[in-house]
Design a protein around this ligand. Sequence first.
Ligand code: CO
Length: 220
Amino acid sequence: MRFKKIFQNNEKWVSEKLSIDPDYFKKLSCGQNPEFLYIGCSDSRVTAEEMMGVNPGEVFVHRNIANIVSSTDSNLNAVVQFAVQHLKIKHIIVCGHYECGGVKSSMNPGDLGQLNSWLQSIRDVYRLHQNTLDKITNQREKFDKLVELNVVEQCINIAKIDHVQRQWYKTGFPTIHGWVFNIRTGKIIDLELNMDVVFADIRSIYDLKPHKKRTKPFGN
Ligand code: CO
């Protein structure tokens, strides 16, 4: 696509929006009230809003290579804090996708330069589930499984975040969802994680307020 085409597209988009509602941008500029925080991969093929069929203002979005939730990532932490504390979002979605380049690179040992440290957490996911993964002989199935396991692990990482836990104790929200975008069919797969069960297993390690009772379950 030509660079200039983007501005032509933009003009067209603006006129389309205004033809439906002359106050569209006036309303948009007044503020946002999204219910969802979406954390997905930077992959150009996985566009959060388009595949979810949502409008501007409906989803708060954070994207990075291979949808990683890292406790030392100040960008991610700021996004999560803002989303739960100020926007009071109800759902956090971690969405991976099949054929993810970041996950694929992590499947085999090798020096990836700057990406080494970023992708190390996916290698850690592999190590955690090595018994399961090494049993899968079909390479594509193994790749798909690692994509799924990475999503689960990143959902667990969301549950470890202090801002998320504080909000849980206060309101019972947000609910955490693990998704995989099947890039071969276009469908979103809900891994249907029950975070209540998942977190119960690790609560003795990661619960930041072990003596407080939650108002509602973490999960579905
Ligand atoms: Co990806």
